[in-house]
Design a binder for this molecule. Structure first.
Ligand code: NAD
Length: 315
């Protein structure tokens, strides 16, 4: 009997047929679940599948407990905050992800957001389309201090871009003690120092119980007056209510967000601020990154059932 794969990641195979063909060639029966996510519907479906390629929606304990046939979950991306890893471990379901593969794509978006909010690029372009021709005075990015919270794959690629802009780069990461070759221009400092020194603070940590609300009133208050914040990691790491307060009281000059607590952020007061750019969580969506991530997921599903060694096993 052929094995079944459920794909709930909407970007899987969007760039080329290669990942889907790989599954089909290996006799997998592949189904997509592309509608708006409905937990009950998903829970009812997942019990019929041997493998799951998942995007951003929740894979909770209740769903995992019903997934009696499931042998493997491949995260179509890096962040694992939507999967109950403990429940998966207890039910002997292997979990893989695809770290580092999309880090250039996300770093481009982080750096793009930084330029955008510093020079108000998308705001200015929107004004021109409305018939205005304003003189918008922005802030230079070059020669400023970039503060990185987290110094993993994405942050390192942001640092490389910042070096080209002559930025002074500070980073805080409690799990990184020394810098590998090629990052001599980055200074590892304390959390407080990064926050206090940064003209641009860019967040690159996973969302977990230690990082939820990592940047809230106390930290925003410590930031320089007129500084900017960029979040391409996960909504919930920057407290949005406090961010709104510090953007509207003039303490912060702007914010660039690829991620928000609620996605889409319908009704968020942040949407009304001209100095905030919010993107629809597109960090990893470059053609190159999507194709590479889809291929790794498809290969892992095939390898799992062929008894071969998988890439990026989490549990
Ligand atoms: P990574 O694992 O390579 O790096 C994360 C770093 O954060 C690690 O070095 C870790 O030591 C550090 N860290 C953990 N807890 C910390 C804390 N409390 N303070 C400071 N540092 C801490 O991951 P990555 O590939 O760089 O991705 C970072 C995050 O970006 C992911 O967890 C994911 O949530 C998010 N992401 C977003 C998109 C997007 O589309 N916007 C795409 C991919 C990843």
């Amino acid at each position: 009997m052929s094995k079944t794969v459920l794909i709930t990641s909407r970007s899987f195979g969007q760039v080329s047929e290669e990942p889907l063909n790989l599954l089909k060639k290996n006799n997998f029966e592949v189904n997509f679940y592309n509608q708006t996510y409905d937990e009950e519907k998903f829970i009812n479906m997942i019990r019929n599948y041997d493998a799951l390629i998942i995007g951003a929606h929740e894979f909770c304990r209740k769903a995992i407990e019903r997934a009696r046939r499931l042998k493997i979950v491949c995260k179509h991306g890096a962040g694992l905050d939507n999967i109950d890893l403990e429940a998966a471990r207890q039910h002997n379901i292997m979990v893989t992800n695809v770290p580092a593969t999309n880090s250039n794509a996300v770093a481009d978006i982080a750096f793009g957001l930084m330029l955008d909010i510093a020079r108000q690029i998308s705001y200015g372009a929107g004004r021109v389309k409305q018939g205005s021709w304003d003189r918008i005075i922005g802030t230079d990015v070059c020669n400023k201090t970039l503060g990185l919270i987290g110094f993993g794959a994405i942050a390192r690629n942001v640092a490389k871009r910042a070096a080209g802009f002559g930025m002074n780069v500070l980073a805080y990461d409690p799990f990184v003690n020394n810098l590998s070759d090629g990052f001599s221009y980055v200074k590892l400092v304390s959390f407080e120092e990064v926050i206090m020194q940064a003209d641009f603070l860019s967040i690159h940590v996973p969302l977990n119980k230690n990082t939820r609300n990592l940047i809230a009133q106390q930290q925003l208050d410590m930031m320089k007056k007129g500084s900017f914040i960029i979040n391409t990691s996960r909504g919930g790491i920057v407290n949005e209510e406090d961010l709104y307060t510090y953007l509207t009281n003039g303490h912060l000059a702007g914010a660039g967000l690829d991620v928000t607590e609620k996605e889409p952020p319908t009704g968020s007061p942040l949407l009304k601020l001209h100095n905030v750019t919010i993107l629809p969580h597109i960090g990893m969506y470059s053609k190159e990154a999507i194709n590479a991530v889809s291929l790794i997921c498809a290969r892992n599903v095939v390898k799992m059932f062929n008894g071969e060694l998988l890439e990026n096993i989490v549990i």
